[in-house]
Design a protein around this ligand. Sequence first.
Ligand code: SF4
Ligand code: SF4
Length: 68
Amino acid sequence: MAKQFKVAVNGAWCKGCSLCIGVCPKSVLDLTERLKAEAVRQADCIGCRQCENICPDLAITVKEEVNG
Ligand code: SF4
Ligand code: SF4
């Protein structure tokens, strides 16, 4: 079974710079109308962590989901 990942954005820290959206190879992230990043296509995430690494404000955490 394919691995599943959970992309969490800390909305208090996100400043809406869109760097994470640009770097994601699977278009998982998008900006909400409040200009915060959100994982709108979470199921497409491949866990590469590029979004986590690029965020200047450390607002993103990528975790592997344990299927049970
Ligand atoms: S890179 Fe970080 S601060 Fe910029 S939009 Fe993404 S989560 Fe928000
Ligand atoms: S871990 Fe990779 S695929 Fe998943 S949201 Fe971040 S950049 Fe996109």
